[in-house]
Design a binder for this molecule. Structure first.
Ligand code: NAD
Length: 515
């Protein structure tokens, strides 16, 4: 039975007789788990229980894998044009339901409605890109590699693949994964974040409505145990992961030890270098937007700014602009930033701010005591700025993942580049300057996978790939773009001979070489 009543999960459960249970999706049916254990999905602005996410049982997990394995047999032979057409339909349905998806994201994750729309839209662009899969998946052909012999390569799907998602982009990240995987001809097991699984369910409902056959996309829920089951399962061929380094390195090690392909996008500490010649207004706007947008809970947030030639002329103006931001529940139209995901996240961020102060940083803007009228129980932290931070401080070494901007100073451009390059993460880095010479030097010397020049959050569009490096990525084939298609396909090389063969030449046992 397909249970679609979950679509109403934007209402807090206090307004409903029983908290909604988030269903599994197995073999095309949205079904409640048999598991008695579940986790509350909590609205971070109100602490209301939105729904309950079950810890999918091992039996149900096995059933999901087996339905994906079964579905692969016919899905892999479904023409790529037919698979693409389902993506064409899916992008249309996502557009139709973008408000509903955004409201679900804001309710479960906390970001503002406008930001939640962006979350959906950046995922939608991956669906649009998957509509061109026939071209993306094309093989290669060399005629006459030897007389009468041609060689060609075919990109074939792997089989059952899996995706494990973080909480911060409940729509975009599942959409980085399953549309590419299934349009390549794979079948998929999706494990959404246990903190905000609603958008994945809504997207799966749309995928089914768009015509995705039963069993091609399955959803299971849980935390460490189900993730370990995914890593260990003999029938799963590839694992796509986005989240923290602790989980990501564990998954990378465990799943690759079982012979699986793994792509693991992990934590970040993205730096901006601000040169003295940078355009003041545009730079301040960019720093404030990328430092505090989504309450700093973006893997591409600019969390650290290195001012070359001194912070003095920038600091007051930066504080003024950060102070002017409105902190409120994401559903309120005037909100610039919403709450952080959980009470635990709020406590952790408070602790990191305090550790900065205790190790000598200057707290020039303190957002810790904020109270948001009407949402007194929300996990709010106002924009916070720590200045005079040095590389040995814990607040610098740890990814804070909250609305905290760290300011450092460098005497020279070279010193600023060295600061960025010594950091273990390599997700992204930006420079703000009006000098082409400085920009070009930055692009060449900076050790980060995604570079912004007068642009704060360079998340590449889907015809490129998301190319974090160093400790921000493990694996060798990045998400979406050509690399994403390569990740979800394996190459088969065919050599064929069609010529009139003279008889009586005898067998030649030497290694064949082209003639
Ligand atoms: P997280 O690692 O806590 O959780 C991610 C997923 O892993 C969840 O589905 C969770 O259930 C599972 N998980 C968590 N701990 C696990 C463990 N010990 N063993 C097995 N599974 C485990 O991450 P999060 O807090 O949801 O997301 C925030 C993190 O994600 C930040 O570090 C952020 O930088 C990163 N992130 C990176 C990118 C990127 O593209 N590089 C994008 C978004 C988020």
């Amino acid at each position: 039975l397909r249970n679609t009543h979950f679509s109403t999960a934007t209402e807090p459960s206090s307004k409903q007789p029983n908290p909604l249970r988030v269903p599994n999706l197995i073999g095309g049916a949205f079904v409640d788990s048999q598991s008695l254990a579940s986790i509350d999905v909590i609205n971070p602005a109100t602490q209301e229980v939105v729904s309950q996410v079950p810890l999918t049982t091992n039996e149900e997990f096995k059933a999901a894998v087996s339905s994906a394995k079964q579905a692969f047999l016919s899905w892999r032979n479904t023409p790529v044009t037919a698979r693409q057409r389902i993506m064409f339909k899916l992008q249309e349905l996502i557009r139709r339901d973008i408000d509903k998806l955004a409201l679900n994201i804001t309710t479960e994750q906390g970001k503002t409605l406008k930001d939640a729309q962006g979350d959906v839209f950046r995922g939608l662009e991956v669906v649009e890109h998957a509509c061109g899969m026939a071209t993306l998946q094309m093989g290669e052909y060399v005629s006459n590699v030897s007389k009468g012999i041609d060689t060609y390569s075919i990109r074939e799907p792997l089989g059952v693949c899996a995706g494990i998602c973080p909480f911060n982009f409940p729509a975009m990240i599942p959409l980085w994964m399953f549309p590419v995987a299934v349009t390549c001809g794979n079948t998929f097991i999706l494990k959404p974040s246990e903190k905000d699984p609603g958008a994945s369910i809504l997207l799966a409902e749309l995928a089914m409505e768009a015509g995705l056959p039963n069993g091609v996309l399955n959803i299971v829920h849980g935390t460490n145990d189900i993730v370990n089951a995914i890593c260990d399962d003999e029938d799963i061929r590839a694992v796509s992961f986005v989240g923290s380094n602790t989980a990501g390195m564990h998954i990378y090690g465990r799943a690759s030890a079982k012979g699986k392909r793994v792509q693991s996008n992990m934590g970040a500490k993205n730096h901006a270098i601000v040169m003295p010649d940078a355009n003041e207004d545009a730079t301040l706007n960019a720093l404030v937007a990328a430092g505090f947008g989504a309450a700093g809970q973006r893997c591409m947030a600019l969390s650290t700014v290195v001012f070359v030639g001194g912070l003095k002329s920038w600091e007051n103006k930066l504080v003024e602009r950060a102070k002017a931001l409105k902190v409120n529940a994401g559903t309120e139209p005037d909100a610039d930033l919403g709450p952080v995901i959980s009470k635990q996240a709020k406590e952790r961020i408070h602790r990191l701010i305090q550790s900065g102060v205790e190790s000598g940083a200057r707290l020039v803007l303190d957002g810790r005591d904020i109270v948001v009228p009407g949402y007194e129980h929300g996990n709010f932290i106002g924009p916070t700025i720590l200045s005079d931070v040095t590389a040995n401080m814990e607040c610098y070494k740890e990814e804070i993942f909250g609305p905290v901007l760290i300011c450092m100073e460098a005497d020279s451009f070279e010193e600023a580049i060295n600061i960025v390059n010594r950091n273990k993460y390599g997700n992204g880095a930006s420079i703000f300057t009006t000098s082409g010479v400085a920009a070009r030097k930055f692009q060449t010397e900076i050790e980060a996978g995604q570079v912004g020049i007068n642009v704060p959050i360079p998340v590449p569009l889907p015809f490129f790939s998301f190319t974090g490096s160093k400790a921000s990525f493990a694996g060798d084939l990045n998400f979406y773009g050509k690399a994403g298609v390569n990740f979800f396909t394996q190459i088969k090389t065919v050599t064929q001979q069609w010529k009139d063969l003279p008889s009586g030449t005898g067998a030649n046992l030497a290694m064949p070489t082209s003639k």
